[in-house]
Write a protein of this length. Structure first.
Length: 296
């Protein structure tokens, strides 16, 4: 390893639904953070690792900072954002191409002046009028003293310019993880997040936000992983929606989750999922800690 090897932590921040988790997965080359079209899908600080010949990038995906809901869950998620910003080497502030509104301004006010902030303009592939991009970049350059401004299309995999822009701002130092590591999260956590992603993708508006996933049992027998999980919901009606008519909805959630786990873990997976009711879990700080949300 060369003496000028660089290693550092990079926060990915932005309002909900700008594509932060999609960007993290594209940068890492593995699915470490769940995605859906619904905002506020990410609830945890997720670390993704990408190692190149001259640098190791340790990316930290954060929940989308939001101010509409004031329960303990959202306080814990917002605290995760502010804590991350104070402990990284570089910040990626992600916005959508030609879209910058009061929600983005709220996040921008949290950006530190003490470390480089790179503006990442995502979803440029969705622009109908490509000529709008340059004036938008010029406008954004006046909003904040960004170290760099990098247009990308994360979902299309057009992100090559971003690691090159980040690397000079990372401190010189040895790698912290093995070259083939892609996350610091364990398989139990990844399994729970995959199940939660399917709930977001297959159900309507209310239930995904009222649900959390707990892995009750995770064992490995040779090339087989046995996983028993519980989906925690707030109300009996939510449980009925999750299970679906004749159990069809839960079967679809479990089947899709199992297939994703088998791809990620590279093994067969036996998955059982139950639904449990725990009233008020999203505003119960003890319950939140048991579900892995840290200090609420």
């Amino acid at each position: 390893m060369s003496t000028d090897f660089r290693t550092g932590f990079i926060a990915i921040v932005g309002r909900p639904n700008v594509g932060k988790s999609t960007l993290l997965n594209a940068l890492v080359g593995q699915k470490v953070s769940i995605t859906s079209k619904k905002p506020q899908t990410t609830r945890h600080r997720i670390t993704g690792i990408h190692t190149e010949a001259a640098a190791q990038f340790i990316f930290v995906d954060t929940p989308g900072f939001q101010m509409e809901h004031k329960n303990a869950l959202n306080r814990a998620m917002n605290k995760s954002v502010t804590d991350t910003l104070s402990s990284v080497d570089v910040v990626l502030f992600v916005i959508e191409a030609t879209r910058f509104d009061e929600r983005d301004v709220r996040v921008m006010k949290l950006l530190p002046n003490s470390r480089p902030v790179i503006l990442v303009i995502n979803k440029i592939d969705l622009l109908e009028i490509k000529a709008e991009l340059l004036p938008f970049i010029e406008r954004m350059a006046k909003e904040f003293p960004f170290a760099e401004i990098v247009p990308i299309a994360a979902e299309a995999g057009q992100i090559e310019a971003l690691p090159k822009a980040i690397q000079p701002y990372l401190p010189v130092g040895p790698a912290m993880y093995d070259a083939d590591d892609f996350t610091d999260r364990n398989e139990r956590f990844l399994a729970a997040e995959i199940i939660r992603e399917k709930i977001f993708r297959l159900l309507g508006e209310e239930v995904p936000y009222a649900a959390s996933v707990m892995i009750e049992q995770f064992t490995q027998e040779g090339n087989l992983r046995r996983i028993h999980a519980s989906v925690i919901v707030d109300k009996p009606g939510q449980k009925a929606i999750l299970i679906g008519k004749g159990g069809e909805k839960m079967k679809a959630i479990s089947t899709q989750a199992r297939k994703d786990m088998e791809t990620l873990f590279g093994s067969k997976v036996y998955l059982e999922v139950w639904v449990k009711i725990k009233s008020g879990w999203a505003d119960d700080e003890r319950a939140l800690k048991s579900l892995g949300y840290g200090d609420a």
